[in-house]
Each structure stands twice: as C-alpha cells, then as structure tokens.
Design a protein around this ligand. Structure first.
Ligand SMILES: [Zn+2]
Length: 237
C-alpha cells in the first residue's frame, strides 16, 4: 500500500500471537514479520483454528485424519522456520470450512490459549479477507482479545489481493494501514511456505484437491507485507 506508514516490529508488545484459520495462513500473510520477531528473540505464539482437513476431500492416500495430521506437522515445521517453537503453538482442531458455525468454540479456545501467555499483540486475518473461514474468525478472535484491553490488533491478508473486490478492502479511516519491508526475511518466509507440501502439489490422487495458486505464493514473496491495525472502534464483521 503506497504511502502507508512503516510498521516497526520492535514497537509491538510481547507476547505476539498469530491466529491462523488454516495451516499456511500465518506463513503467507505474515511470515516476514514473524521471522523478524523470531530472529530478534521475541516471544511469538501461534494459534491454529481449523484442522485443515478439507483441502483434499477425495484423496485415497490422505483421508481426512491423515491429512489433518500432516497439515498440523507442516504448520509446526513452517513456524519453526520462522522462529516459533512447537511449545508455543496451540491448535483448536475445528472443522475446516465450517468456522462460521464455530464462533463460540473459536472465542472460548482463543481465550483459553491467550490466558497462557496474555497477548500484547494479536495478528489475525482481516475481517473481509475473501475466504469464509477467515471472515468467520474475525469477530470471535476480537471477542477473545477483548479480555486483554491493551492488546494491539493487526489484521493481515491472504486472499484479499488474489480474490477480493473493492468492498473487501479496508476503507479509509476504517483501519490504520502499515507496511513492512520483509526482503531481509524472505528466505525463512519462503521455507515456511514451502513446508506446506500438501498445499503445493504433494497429494496427486485427488482431482478436487486444492493447490495454492502460484500468483498468491509469488505475491506473498514479493517483499512487502501490509497490515491493517484495528482502531479502538472495531470493524463490524
Ligand atoms: Zn486460510
């Protein structure tokens, strides 16, 4: 976003929590920032909402349970590349594709996780990021964060540039856009994204299987991350 102020990672209060609806959202949306924080020895925690088990619904080699286990392992592997150890990860295991029906479980699960390390900063997917699970995560995550009044809330985007229309973008004054030059962190960010092998063509026996678009991955590795800081008057979901 041209002209937006620069985000200074050192000013974000610890601990920093990153919430991901699916394994890979954190790497694609904010892998550079997480890597920068990790390299600085900062305390970063990660919360995974869904089991990621819907990406390959008819794979004989990867029935749902196996797929979900593989994706959880990939998630932790990618986070380790960014400096977040497995001990600072929490996974709610909610059903992929059905987060719209899980508001209470997201809010309750997130609140319980946050109590273990009360967040100074929360990174969460933008309210109108164009994926139903991402949109469904917004209100319950903000609700969980409300128990920690001083928390800074920064929205990241995954699908907005790929699929969003103009109404999906934050409106002027709705949030405070901030940009971060992540070129120094592209190597770990790339490794974190590539850890998600099931989303990058590993599973070849499901014609309905999902693969991350090349354009989305290239954009994620473009060198800039944009955040939208949530202002005190919250954005309705
Ligand atoms: Zn996602």
């Amino acid at each position: 976003m041209k002209g937006a102020p620069t985000l200074t990672p050192a000013t974000l209060p610890d601990p920093v929590w990153v919430a991901a609806p699916h394994p890979d959202d954190e790497a694609l949306g904010c892998g550079g920032l997480i890597a920068a924080l990790g390299a600085a020895g900062r305390e970063v925690w990660a919360l995974l909402l869904s089991d990621g088990g819907l990406s390959h619904p008819s794979s004989p080699s990867h029935p749902r349970e196996r797929l979900a286990a593989a994706r959880l392992a990939e998630w932790r592997e990618g986070l380790a590349e960014l400096g977040v150890p497995a001990v600072r990860t929490r996974a709610l295991g909610l059903p992929d594709g059905e987060l719209h029906a899980c508001a209470g479980a997201i809010a309750g699960g997130a609140r319980a996780a946050f109590r273990e390390a009360p967040p100074g900063t929360l990174l969460l997917p933008w309210a109108r990021d164009p994926h139903p699970d991402h949109r469904a995560a917004w209100a319950p995550l903000l609700e969980a964060a409300r128990a920690f009044p001083a928390v800074r809330r920064l929205a990241y985007t995954v699908w907005l540039e790929e699929r969003g229309d103009s109404a999906d973008h934050p409106r002027p004054g709705e949030t405070l856009p901030l940009t971060l030059d992540v070129r120094p962190w592209l190597a770990p960010k790339r490794r974190a994204i590539l850890a998600h092998r099931t989303q990058l063509g590993l599973i070849a026996d499901d014609p309905r299987g999902f693969t991350l678009p090349v354009t989305l991955v290239e954009r994620a590795l473009g060198g800039t991350e944009t955040y939208h800081e949530v202002l005190p008057q919250e954005v309705p979901a």
